[in-house]
Design a protein. Structure first.
Length: 156
């Protein structure tokens, strides 16, 4: 099985690097290598985007309908049920964050991902599946949080 980890371990908070801009007071020394080249940052992976989006809904920072056009099949119903239970909402003021993301590509156009969600000392697991539609947009087709899965209705 080829699992891929996408986020590096986050370092503890540290001071930002010293300023090296000579045009402002207190500027440091600028190396003589020539003008600085600004490179565009790479586009975020769909797994990173969806992990952050799902966390925003499940933690109560965004409403469930915010994910309506980003989900397909039973995923929206599952997301609504999980958000209603409020399992990722915290009352102690610590906002949950995505600590780590990994994914597996079972076939072309599908990604199964997992994320470790941390809020203070508590760590939870979130799993989701993304599928690329004919319009080339990624949509979440399944979402689960750690713990037992509730039974589905038979008439669906």
């Amino acid at each position: 099985m080829n699992k891929v980890m996408t986020r590096a371990a986050q370092r503890p908070a540290q001071r930002p690097p010293s300023r090296r801009d000579q045009r402002r007071p207190g500027g440091g020394h600028r190396p003589a290598a020539g003008p600085a080249v600004l490179r565009p940052s790479p586009a975020p992976r769909p797994t990173d985007l969806f992990a952050d989006r799902l966390l925003a809904v499940l933690s109560g920072r965004r409403p469930v309908h915010w994910m309506l056009r980003h989900t397909a099949g039973h995923a929206y119903d599952d997301l609504a049920r999980l958000a209603e239970r409020g399992t990722l909402r915290t009352t102690r003021g610590t906002l949950p964050v995505v600590r780590d993301i990994g994914y597996f590509v079972p076939r072309r156009g599908a990604v199964e991902a997992f994320a470790r969600i941390g809020a203070g000392d508590q760590v939870r697991a979130m799993a989701f599946r993304l599928e690329r539609g004919p319009d080339l947009r990624w949509r979440c087709t399944a979402v689960e949080l750690g713990g037992p899965r509730p039974p589905r209705d038979q008439d669906e």
